[in-house]
Design a protein around this ligand. Structure first.
Ligand code: ADP
Ligand code: ADP
Length: 236
């Protein structure tokens, strides 16, 4: 079964329609890339999945968006709980002005995780985000003192600490230098062994390199193609 299924999804900002009639299914434990020109609704789609759009009060959603068969816009869905199941990473690394440890522990503390288990989970998340080796022994340092690439991996560790099923990434490497970018790309592929990853990118080569499935959006907020990445990028 698909993890996420969008069925006739429309999203409006006031009177402007950002997404039109989007229907497709996102498979489990793969990387699905959302590509297309700027302004075609990629971020809007991503934010619809975990109801980040709720935080933008002009956004209005019509149609259906299912996570594991449950419509995320049903009245009984708690968006905060949903966002722990569906973690998110943004274009600009945005660690909290707190220690590395506290950044990663944040979501676990909110969940009421007892402090005895916290250390192990913090270390595991840092390891899965390919950051532990670089920060071990300095977890008390502020996350803001890390390099850009490390900050982004810290944000990934923060997103995966509460053990989500899905990780949404909105151009996670586009603010980084080439070396940091390639580390993030490698990490994305590794993460798909445990999680379902949905990544927005404007970089076609990046989509071709790291994704299994590709959804192509076009200006006007329409989905024009969704298929195996190999098929999308093969020469006609
Ligand atoms: P992309 O991620 O593909 O660049 P977006 O989802 O950011 O596209 O934007 C899709 C359309 O929705 C654009 O026309 C953009 O101007 C508009 N839009 C995005 N966010 C908002 C917002 N918070 N309020 C109003 N319009 C928005
Ligand atoms: P090491 O990796 O060698 O164990 P760390 O700097 O990673 O050294 O941290 C040592 C231990 O100190 C961690 O496993 C954790 O138990 C604890 N620790 C570090 N920073 C914090 C913090 N901000 N809050 C609570 N405990 C912390």
């Amino acid at each position: 079964d698909p993890v996420i299924e969008s069925r006739d999804l429309d999203v409006y900002y006031g009177d402007d329609q950002a997404l039109q009639n989007i229907s497709f299914e996102i498979p489990e434990q793969q990387v699905t890339a959302l590509i297309g020109p700027s302004g075609c609704g990629k971020s809007t789609f991503l934010r619809s999945i975990n109801r980040m759009n709720d935080l933008i009060d002009v956004a209005r959603v019509e149609g259906d968006l299912f996570f594991r068969g449950k419509n995320v816009y049903d009245d009984d869905v708690d968006p905060v709980a949903l966002r722990r199941k569906i973690g998110m990473v943004f274009q600009k690394p945005n660690p909290f002005p707190k220690s590395i440890y506290d950044n990663v522990a944040y979501g676990l503390r909110v969940q009421g995780e007892d402090d005895g288990d916290l250390d192990e989970q913090v270390h595991t998340a840092l390891e899965r985000a390919a950051l532990l080796d670089e920060v071990e022994g300095q977890l008390d340092t502020s996350g803001l003192e890390l390099s850009g690439g490390q900050q982004q991996r810290l944000c990934i560790a923060r997103a995966i600490a509460p053990d989500p099923e899905v990780i949404l990434m909105d151009e996670p490497a586009s603010a980084l230098d080439p070396v940091a970018t390639s580390k993030i790309e490698d990490l994305v592929e590794e993460l798909a062994e445990e999680y379902t990853v949905v990544i927005v990118t404007h970089n076609m080569q990046q989509a071709a390199r790291i994704s299994d499935k590709t959804a192509v959006f076009l200006t006007g907020g329409r989905l024009v193609e969704f298929d195996d990445t190999d098929k999308i990028f093969e020469n006609p």
